[in-house]
Design a protein around this ligand. Structure first.
Ligand code: SR1
Ligand code: MG
Length: 394
């Protein structure tokens, strides 16, 4: 339940956001500040403040006490702003090249003031406009290897890791994921959204007992396997990129969960482009391959060099982990493909397709691929089998 102190918390507007920036002395005294609210996500306000005189900017992100995508009828904890700020700081220490700098945080106001990344594009928007961001998969593989290793029992030591598990308890945001990814798409829930023409495929999915069993297993792993500190919402709308740089933003869903969840969300959101982007299909298949290959190599190096558990440092135990992460990742890839197609919070990769037949055909494929990956994740034993499964359906 969200408890607000109205004397302290106030949603900012473009004027008060500028005042906040001035009070914090984040700009020179002679700055000429303009501010625009640019938040286009599902939950928060985002103010872009620019000093036109010195051509410098900052971002002030503020959590709203409700989910913006639905409205005030869906109250949501402001504590997520602290989780996000703490996660940005943790990930920023581990993988500084890939995380925006945090300049200031205020838990009461639920604000995080951070680096202006407006020279980059949101990866999803860039992809839809025809960009491929050639280095993004290498960067994502490295980001995943570092964040998932250094926050684990093996990278941190079990005592320090337990302190982190406690710090990143995030029950309200986890519940959103539990409902929207693992529950609602599998029955006739009010939150679901799909075209009437999709109904036969959706009703078939609701009746698929084998699929629902596997989704329950994946949900159970999500609920109980506190392996690593996850970003928790690692889709391509949470990434800024250009041809040289990648920055990962928005970790308000961060919590200790199964490593395969972040990897699976990355796979799924690249696979939307594999499905819809005929021109660059091979590039996006390569992106999926690179994410896993780079992750695997770098995670293995960290495992061998930095492992805090002497007895755990064996090749067979490393392979046990990589196999588990891969299997889980395939399952979570499938869950993300399905929820973004028929659940709440769709993706523009699919919904911006103007031609109805093309759009519906793409959605049939995301559902088909999603179901296959969830059910067959134990049989798909390596990357080449994964890519073969993708190609068979696409
Ligand atoms: C009510 S929040 C809906 C979705 O937006 C966020 O970005 C997460 O993906 C969440 O599931
Ligand atoms: Mg987000």
């Amino acid at each position: 339940m969200t408890v607000l102190n109205p004397l302290i918390y106030q949603p900012l507007n473009e004027k008060t956001a500028i005042k906040q920036a001035l009070d914090l002395k984040l700009f020179p005294e002679d700055a000429d500040l303009t501010c625009k609210e640019i938040g286009d996500g599902n939950l928060n306000l985002v103010f872009h403040i620019v000093d036109q005189k010195h051509n410098q900017g900052i971002i002030i992100k503020q959590a709203l006490p409700y989910a913006k995508v639905v409205g005030e009828s869906w109250p949501l904890t402001l504590h997520r702003a602290k989780i996000e700020a703490d996660a940005l700081k943790t990930f920023g220490q581990i993988a500084p090249d890939y995380v925006p700098k945090v300049y200031y945080t205020d838990d009461q106001l639920a604000i995080t003031v951070m680096e202006d990344l407006s020279h980059l594009s949101i990866a999803r928007k860039g992809f839809i406009q025809g960009e491929t961001f050639p280095l993004i998969s290498l960067h994502l593989g490295e980001y995943l290897a570092k964040t998932l290793f250094y926050t684990s029992d093996y990278g941190l030591g079990s005592g320090a890791k337990k302190e982190q598990v406690q710090k990143f308890m995030n029950p309200e945001l986890c519940k959103i994921t539990e409902d929207l990814i693992f529950t609602d798409p599998y029955f006739d829930a009010e939150t679901n959204e799909f075209e009437e023409d999709m109904r036969p495929a959706v009703e078939e999915l609701w009746k698929d007992e084998e699929l629902k069993f596997h989704v329950n297993v994946l949900k159970k792993i999500f609920l109980t396997d506190a392996e690593v500190l996850l970003h928790g919402d690692l889709h391509t709308g949470s990434m800024f990129a250009d041809n040289q740089q990648t920055k990962i933003i928005d970790p308000e869903f961060a919590f200790y969960g199964p490593a395969g969840f972040d990897i699976g969300q990355v796979f799924a959101n690249l696979l939307f482009q594999v499905i819809v982007n005929e021109k660059h299909r091979d590039v996006f298949i390569q992106h999926v391959e690179t994410v896993w290959n780079v992750f695997q190599v770098q995670f293995s190096q960290l495992w061998e060099k930095e492992n805090k558990e002497p007895l755990a440092n064996t090749t067979s135990f490393l392979h046990y982990h990589l196999a588990k992460y891969f299997e889980d990742a395939l399952g979570y890839t499938g869950c993300e493909l399905i929820r973004r197609t028929i659940g709440l919070a769709h993706v523009a990769d699919l919904d911006s397709i103007q031609d109805e037949q093309t759009r519906l055909a793409a959605k049939q494929k995301t559902l088909e691929l999603g179901k296959n990956l969830i059910k067959k994740r134990k049989e798909i034993r390596d990357l080449s089998e994964f890519i073969r499964t993708v190609k068979e359906i696409v």
